[in-house]
Each structure stands twice: as structure tokens, then as C-alpha cells.
Design a protein around this ligand. Structure first.
Ligand SMILES: Nc1ncnc2c1ncn2[C@@H]1O[C@H](COP(=O)(O)OP(=O)(O)OP(=O)(O)O)[C@@H](O)[C@H]1O
Ligand SMILES: [Mg+2]
Length: 310
């Protein structure tokens, strides 16, 4: 099996366009409402599956209707959900996102079962058998910050598994907890706000270098419409965002990770992986929801003017 996504699983309910919460009991008619499988593990898993990867997702969700929905949506897109554990005491994590006409995305979020994920949920041998393990949001699944889990990651790396990592939150206290994972990560892909919170550096390049010396082979800092920055032993490279008409940027970071990881699975160098990430994210930015408009790898490569991989 190729990729294991491990971490945050969230049901996103999105509506667009929303300019304000109406007063009293008023109803506002919107153009579109969608439900997606989102979060740094589940959202990335769906995008990875659409890009043609075999994906197993590991996480904790509730034994509730939202959980049933998440399982159905992920399965519909071809993700193997056998790694999901169901909790009775906690709800499935969910967000409500009223998307502004300019693509702005305020949110209401219930973290629920994500906070209960622990090493016990990870089937022995699963990580070692994977080509890539993507840690999606260890800042919120902080039960993984545990010697038992670090031992599993370490064994997987010794067996040749590549470890990638992205964060979920914008909360400095949670983000600092994710530093413990850095020595075990090959590719780290935070957004700028997260890279800043993790390092205390304001400059993107400084922040990336400060993260690089803590273990990863490469650090990719994503900066929304400003594109991304790849920093590794080869120096610093800027990858511009593709110019597109933005509808909603929810899940762009997750889509970027999925494109990047797909590049790794295809044996590409980090810079090429970052280009695949940016192109994947630019598709998702043009529609409502974290997987919007994404069909297959061929469409991503066509955007880059590259022939389809065999
Ligand atoms: N407005 C945009 N136009 C084109 N590309 C975009 C836009 N916003 C984001 N992207 C692409 O998506 C990548 C990731 O976006 P961003 O830095 O916003 O991720 P994020 O904050 O982690 O988002 P997420 O909510 O998914 O975690 C960017 O580096 C860029 O390539
Ligand atoms: Mg992100």
C-alpha cells in the first residue's frame, strides 16, 4: 500500500456566498452548500485518492451520524477507512464554514474525537509497510506525542518509509507541541503562520531554515496566493501560486500536500513535487470545499504543461 494519512478527520459543511449572519430567525438563500471530508489527514487522503494513490487513513471519529457521513464520503472517493477508530464519548470533529464572496473563510469548529487519537489506534506494521506516512495535524492529535508513537515512526523510517507532516491549527500552544515530531520527519509543509508560530521568526525563509535544522530533509512553507517556499540542502526556491479565479481556498494546504506526496510516490525531486502541490491546490481554490474540482493527476499535470505519467 502506498500512502497512510494519519491525524485530523473533520466533516466540513460549507455555504457560499455568505456576507453576514442574518438577524433573528431570518433565512438567507445561498448558491451552494457542500459537505466534504476535510482536515489535514482526511482532506489530504481524499485528494491523494483522486490523484491515483492507494490511501489508508488513520484517525479517531465519533460513533455518530457525522462519523457515518465521513466514512461514506471518504469511501466514495476510494480511501481505505479501515484505520478509523470510532469513539462513543466524543463527536466526530466538524466545522461550519460560511464562505465570503471573496473566498474568505471564517469557521466554527468542534474538535471532538480528534483530540482522543493515540498510538493504540495505529495497527502494528501499517506504517512500516507504507511508502509515505503523512502526519496530518499532530498539533491537534496530541495523543500521538508519545514515545510509543515515535518508536513506530522511527521503525517505519528505518524500513524506508518517507514521513511528511502538515499542521492543522493556528494556535501557538498546540503548534509548539508538534516540534517533537521534527527529528522524525522528512518533508514538513506548514503554512506561514504555523512556521512563524513554531520558530518565533517572522520572515518565511528564516522560519524555514530554523525548522530545517530541527531534522527535516526539506521544509515547504505555503503562503496562500503568494505561493510557497521550498528550503533544503540545495538552497531556497520560490514556487509561485498559479493565477486562478478563487472561489474558496479551504483545503488548499491539504491539496498541496497531496500533490507533493504524489510527486514523491512518482520518484520526483522536491522542487517538482512542490510544483505538483501548487497545481493541485490551484484547482481546489476554484471551487467550494477542500476537494472541489479535483479529478485526477492528468488534470494537474496538464496545468503544468507536462505529459501524463505512465
Ligand atoms: N488564492 C490562491 N490562488 C492560487 N493558489 C492558491 C491560493 N491560495 C492558496 N493557493 C495554493 O495553495 C497553497 C497552500 O495554501 P495556503 O498557504 O493557504 O494553505 P493552508 O493555510 O495550509 O490551507 P489549509 O486550510 O488547507 O490548511 C499555496 O502555496 C498556493 O500554492
Ligand atoms: Mg494547512
Amino acid at each position: 500500500m502506498a500512502v497512510v494519512t494519519l491525524g485530523a478527520h473533520i466533516v466540513d459543511v460549507l455555504a457560499r456566498p455568505v456576507t453576514e449572519i442574518p438577524p433573528g430567525q431570518d433565512t438567507v438563500v445561498v448558491e451552494r452548500i457542500r459537505v466534504t471530508a476535510a482536515g489535514a489527514a482526511a482532506g489530504t487522503a481524499v485528494a491523494l485518492a483522486k490523484l491515483g494513490n492507494e490511501v489508508v487513513s488513520v484517525g479517531a471519529i465519533g460513533d455518530d451520524e457525522l462519523g457515518d457521513l465521513l466514512v461514506a464520503v471518504m469511501s466514495r472517493h476510494g480511501v481505505d477507512v479501515s484505520g478509523l477508530v470510532r469513539r462513543t464519548a466524543d463527536q466526530t470533529a466538524a466545522s461550519i464554514l460560511p464562505i465570503r464572496p471573496d473566498g474568505g473563510r471564517p469557521s466554527f469548529h468542534a474538535p471532538g474525537a480528534n483530540l482522543t487519537l493515540s498510538p493504540g489506534a495505529v495497527e502494528p506494521g501499517l506504517l512500516t509497510a507504507a511508502d509515505v506516512v503523512h502526519l496530518g495535524g499532530p498539533d491537534v492529535t496530541f495523543g500521538l506525542n508519545d514515545p510509543a508513537f515515535f518508536a513506530m515512526l522511527s521503525a517505519a523510517r528505518d524500513a524506508g518509509t518517507v514521513i511528511t507532516m502538515d499542521l492543522l491549527s493556528g494556535m501557538p500552544d498546540l503548534i509548539l507541541g508538534a516540534r517533537a515530531f521534527l527529528p522524525l520527519v522528512d518533508y514538513f509543509l506548514p503554512n506561514l503562520e504555523q512556521a512563524q508560530a513554531m520558530t518565533g521568526e517572522t520572515d518565511a525563509e528564516q522560519a524555514a531554515y530554523s525548522l530545517l535544522v530541527q531534522g527535516p530533509k526539506a521544509v515547504v512553507v505555503t503562503m496562500g496566493a503568494e505561493g510557497s517556499l521550498l528550503v533544503d540542502a540545495g538552497g531556497t526556491r520560490r514556487i509561485p501560486a498559479l493565477e486562478v479565479e478563487v472561489v474558496d481556498t479551504t483545503g488548499c494546504g491539504d491539496a498541496y500536500c497531496a500533490g507533493f506526496i504524489t510527486g514523491l510516490v512518482h520518484g520526483k525531486e522536491a522542487l517538482e513535487c512542490a510544483r505538483w502541490g501548487a497545481a493541485t491546490a490551484s484547482i481546489v481554490a476554484q471551487g467550494l470545499g477542500s476537494d472541489a474540482g479535483l479529478t485526477d493527476l492528468g488534470a494537474v499535470l496538464a496545468l503544468l504543461g507536462e505529459p501524463e505519467e505512465k
